[in-house]
Design a protein around this ligand. Structure first.
Ligand SMILES: Cc1cc2nc3c(=O)[nH]c(=O)nc-3n(C[C@H](O)[C@H](O)[C@H](O)COP(=O)(O)O)c2cc1C
Length: 280
């Protein structure tokens, strides 16, 4: 049995997003997992990164957040709320981020959780840097060996987020979170669970959404993760540029997905259902 951390960002406990969070807690607990929830609104999480995040400052005259983060992480002088969240991440075998899409990304309180908790030495600045080695990131890092999944409610309709949809593809919009935030420090990311037209979901449509979400939760440790290329897996040259010939059949951020025949082709596990959810 595993440890699961749910980081939840919604101001209303009766919202759809919160209902999905509650369902995840119940489902995972019933499966025998141990679940902890970081409910950011309920706990009054401090969203802004500032000098208050460091108990002692190396250079009080001019704040370098990166330098202070490095010093504080190494010396154990981070703000206790940051330290507590890092410990929860290290405890977890899987992390769910639960949030409504707000302005094509996560709510500010969740971004602030990332800004503050993903510290230097913990989530970035990890491993040997030198020569052509650019540290342990993108598939390697402190959080490697763990899984992550986004649970995101979305007001818009699914076609608006499709391959030629006016809002841009959902995988492109989630790229900064799934690749930049989660894969960067080593988490394996399974495809997101998205509910479209979330503001219009009727009570009668909830059971189908709930069933689909339970199936995704059941597959959390078995479903095939998004096949992001690892930084140090032979795909990139010494400048961290994708080697010639790789990604040739793709465009945009999708060139960074492993494709059949590539080095390090690891495509294990079932592909999760791609069910279009949301109001009709
Ligand atoms: C500040 C704000 C920004 C939003 N931005 C988007 C957006 O970029 N794209 C979208 O499809 N819906 C957007 N919405 C709609 C939300 O995604 C929707 O209200 C939410 O998923 C509903 O779930 P809830 O009942 O759990 O809040 C936004 C809503 C708010 C309040």
């Amino acid at each position: 049995m595993s440890n699961i951390l749910i980081v939840h960002a919604h101001p209303e406990p009766k919202s759809l997003t919160s209902a999905l969070k509650d369902l995840a807690v119940d489902t995972l607990t019933a499966q025998g997992h141990t679940v902890r929830v970081s409910d950011l609104y309920q706990s009054g999480w401090k969203a802004v990164a500032d000098r208050g995040d460091f108990i002692e400052q190396g250079r009080p005259d001019r704040l370098s957040y990166v330098a202070e983060s490095r010093h504080a992480f190494a010396s154990g002088t981070q703000s206790p709320d940051i330290d507590a969240e890092q410990r929860k991440l290290l405890w977890a075998d899987a992390v769910l981020l639960s949030f409504p899409m707000w302005w094509f990304g996560m709510p500010a309180i969740l971004k602030g959780w990332v800004d503050r908790v993903f510290a230097y030495g913990f989530a970035y600045g990890v491993g040997v840097h030198g020569g052509e080695r650019w540290g342990d990131r993108y598939g390697e890092g402190v959080l490697s060996g763990r899984r992550a999944m986004l649970t995101v409610t979305i007001g818009g309709r699914e076609p608006h987020y499709g391959a030629r949809g006016v809002n841009g593809r959902l995988d492109d919009l989630l790229w900064p979170i799934q690749h930049g935030v989660l894969f960067y420090p080593g988490l394996e990311v399974v495809p997101p669970f998205a509910v479209y037209q979330s503001d219009r979901l009727a009570d009668t449509e909830w059971p189908a959404v709930a069933d689909a979400y339970k199936r995704r939760i059941a597959g959390l440790f078995n479903d095939r993760p998004i096949a992001f290329r690892t930084q140090n897996g032979g795909h990139y040259d010494g400048q961290q540029v994708l080697k010639p010939g790789l990604g040739a059949s793709e465009s945009g951020t999708r060139i960074h997905l492993v494709q059949p025949g590539d080095p390090e082709e690891v495509l294990d596990g079932p592909v999760p259902d791609r069910i279009a959810l949301g109001a009709r």
